[in-house]
Design a protein around this ligand. Structure first.
Ligand code: NAD
Length: 420
């Protein structure tokens, strides 16, 4: 096992020092409960055969059936899947959901697949992992390069195999197949709710904030819309092709239109807007640096070059563990991923509940549920920060561990079994 998972776990061990949980409970979280590795045979359109490596990891199920997305990407590997499953375990616990954490992935470049090949691969994934999946055991969702259409294929394949139609076995489905209204917007909107809720614990100005946003995809664009609606300015935004900056705030709807038509943020034609290379985004002057693209963007090597007062982690692990200490020293507080992007899994839970009820909630009910969960989690985190005088990430891990460890210890600890 390489560094990614052990680095991620260091954040849990750091939090352990500040919350009252026993060692043997933390040991339950040292390694994943179950990881299955398979190769999926894919018959290509030209008749050739590919064998694709694929994984599904259920990290811990103390709180309930495990939950986590399936990623199709050439960077996917065993360790990434296990690390993201660990993060999901912490996130579901912090969000107060009755779910454990999981993740899945296939090592594949979907740009090289036709739509039919992608369908065969997606159905092949369900066949390979069918025994591990199910609405009461392990519930996948979309992630990189998977979306509503892949979830629709998965529900259909699972129905063929199990002989029963189980919409609650997958979330992120199209609304017509039982998907939750507002799921697309949930992560971005949730990130803004988290930011507003923890704002008092950050050293930020009282009025509208200047925000620099890396990544203008699903999560980033909905965060930008919600932030502007709440009176903040997106002063800079980037995608893989470059960045654009305007000190008075960017025209977010114009950027969203450009992106929807295959353009880049750099195509924006707004008086006074200036473009630059994508990598300049993180050093641009702002109150909040919102990272909604990739992992490992801020490292120990570049942490000293940031010009922000706080970081909002909308992506998973955009701040590498090696940057934690330099950022603490620089006084830059981080709103951690397990809190900031928890809105996605909260609304996935709302979808699972609706499927089990056989009902579809109206969008405002889904949004109210999102708001309640985000506010409750954020307030647990800020309370722990104040009580223990710790940074926000450590407090978030601490709050997640308290709930997880309560669930684990309810079945007994060394204390209970000492005398046989
Ligand atoms: N969408 C969700 O519900 C959700 C939930 C939890 C976590 N996340 C995480 O948030 C991140 C973004 O997810 P998404 O669904 O918005 O993905 P997405 O694919 O819709 O968007 C990603 C964006 O990042 C941009 N990007 C890629 N490389 C870049 C670079 N070098 N510089 C600047 N921008 C770059 C892309 O151009 C795109 O605009 C991922 O890490 C994902 O795992 C998403």
């Amino acid at each position: 096992m390489g560094n990614m998972l052990s680095d991620a776990r260091q954040r849990m061990y750091r939090a352990e020092d500040y919350v009252n949980v026993s060692d043997d409970l933390v040991h339950y979280l040292d390694y994943p409960a179950e990881t299955l590795a398979v190769s999926i045979p894919l018959r290509c359109d030209d008749g050739s055969l590919k064998q694709l490596k694929a994984w599904r990891c259920r990290y811990n199920s103390a709180l309930g059936p495990t939950k986590g997305g399936i990623r199709f990407h050439p960077s996917v590997c065993l360790e990434e899947v296990q690390t993201l499953a660990f993060l999901m375990t912490m996130k579901c616990s912090l969000m107060g959901l009755p779910f454990g954490g999981a993740k899945g992935g296939v090592h594949v470049d979907t740009k090289e697949l036709s739509a039919l090949e992608k369908e065969r691969l997606t159905r092949g994934y369900v066949r390979a992992f069918a025994r591990q999946l199910g609405p009461d055991r392990d519930i996948p969702a979309p992630d990189v390069a998977t979306g509503e259409r892949e979830m629709a294929w998965m529900v259909s394949e699972y129905a063929e195999l199990s002989g029963a139609i189980s919409p609650a076995a997958f979330t992120g489905k199209p609304v017509v197949l039982g998907g939750a209204k507002g799921r697309t917007q949930a992560t971005g909107r949730g990130a803004l709710i988290a930011l507003q809720q923890v704002r008092g614990s950050l050293d930020l100005p009282d009025d509208g904030l200047d925000i620099a946003l890396q990544g203008f995809g699903n999560a980033g664009s909905w965060f930008a819309r919600a932030a502007v609606k709440a009176g903040h300015r997106i002063v800079a935004a980037s995608d893989s092709r470059g960045m654009v900056r305007h000190d008075d705030g960017l025209d977010i709807e114009a950027i969203a239109n450009l992106k929807a038509n295959g353009g880049s943020v750099t195509d924006l034609r707004q008086d006074g807007a200036e473009t630059a290379a994508a990598d300049q985004l993180i050093t641009t002057d702002c109150d909040v640096l919102a990272l909604a693209a990739l992992g490992d963007v801020v490292t120990d090597e570049n942490a000293g070059t940031l010009a922000c007062k706080a970081i909002l982690e909308i992506a998973n692990m955009p701040v590498a563990p090696s940057a934690d200490e330099p950022l603490r020293q620089a006084g830059i507080e981080v709103v951690p991923d397990i809190l900031a992007n928890g809105g996605g899994v909260v609304v996935s839970h709302a979808e699972w509940v609706q499927n089990r009820q056989g009902l579809g909630w109206p969008e405002d009910r889904v949004h109210d549920y999102l708001e309640d969960r985000m506010k409750a989690a954020a307030s647990e985190v800020t309370t722990l920060m104040r009580e223990r005088d710790i940074d926000m990430r450590t407090a978030a891990y601490g709050a997640a561990m308290i709930r997880l460890c309560n669930a684990i210890s309810s079945k007994g600890t060394s204390e209970d079994f000492r005398n046989g």
